[in-house]
Design a protein around this ligand. Structure first.
Ligand code: MF3
Ligand code: CO
Length: 251
């Protein structure tokens, strides 16, 4: 599908959708502790989404069986919640959540430490988050899409990390995945020109080790090939006449 430019009314609905998703993430973040299962996170997340008047957009998406993607340690993204997978002190866990509100999708991800984590793991989480912010410095009307990609990848690579190439960010609106695809590493071309009213899900996935990933037999869970830790950070943003607006993060 083509890149959609949202109207003023659609932007208001995207804002509302994003605000609700931020609340879901804030509550899930506060819930993370050793001893809970990844299914506990999904159960709480789905309940929160529905209680706020949203619909979980990941549930049954291409057959995905849960509302929240929960990915632990070397799992990059799309981990499937499981009652037997118990978070342990020192783990890192990525929560990817999304919802539909009045027909408009939002999508965001955070990576948390479980209890006390190693300095190396914390640095990975911090750099992954910062790579998003480095990227959106270029998320301005008139710039080109891959300016964002280059800034994200260039920043993470300075730390020797592997920037995942097999998965990308995306446009978002009345569909979870709209054009354009948004890689997290430098491209040879410049990409489309950014225009106010575009809404984009920017989502760096960064590994401590090499960039290569593999899929588990469940056909969903993406893991690092070398077993190294991986972090994910994502927000839905709006391209404006000035600075980008982060729709899933207000503070
Ligand atoms: N944020 C994820 C993405 O953009 C959404 C999960 S897809 C699902 O790919 F199928 F797992 F729901
Ligand atoms: Co996404």
């Amino acid at each position: 599908m083509s890149v959609t430019i949202k109207t003023a009314r659609e932007i208001e609905l995207m804002r509302e959708s994003g605000r609700l998703l931020e609340k879901v993430h804030d509550e899930l973040g506060a819930f993370i502790k050793p001893g809970i299962s990844t299914l506990d996170i999904d159960r709480l997340g789905e309940k929160l989404i529905r209680s706020l008047g949203g619909i979980p957009n990941f549930l049954n998406y291409n057959g995905y069986p849960a509302s929240i993607c929960v990915s632990v340690n070397d799992e990059v993204v799309h981990g499937i919640p499981n009652k037997h997978r118990i978070l342990q002190e020192g783990d890192i866990v990525s929560l990817d959540a999304g919802l539909i509100y009045k027909g408009y999708h939002s999508d965001a991800a955070r990576t948390y430490g479980v209890g006390t984590i190693s300095p190396e793991a914390q640095k990975l989480i911090d750099v992954t988050k910062q790579s998003f912010f480095e990227g959106i410095k270029y998320a301005k009307a008139g710039n080109h899409l891959y300016d964002i990609s280059a800034a994200i990848g260039g920043y993470a690579q300075k730390f020797g990390y592997g920037v995942v190439r097999d998965l990308v960010g995306h446009g978002i609106g009345t569909h979870l995945h709209e054009d354009p695809q948004i890689p997290n590493f430098p491209q040879r071309r410049r990409g489309i020109r950014l225009v106010p009213g575009m809404t984009l899900a920017i989502e760096p996935m960064i590994n401590i080790g090499r960039a290569d990933v593999a899929w588990l037999d469940d056909d969903w869970t993406v893991v690092t090939q070398d077993g190294s830790l991986s972090a994910h950070y994502e927000n839905t943003i709006l391209i404006t006449d000035g600075e980008p607006e982060i729709l899933t993060l207000s503070k």
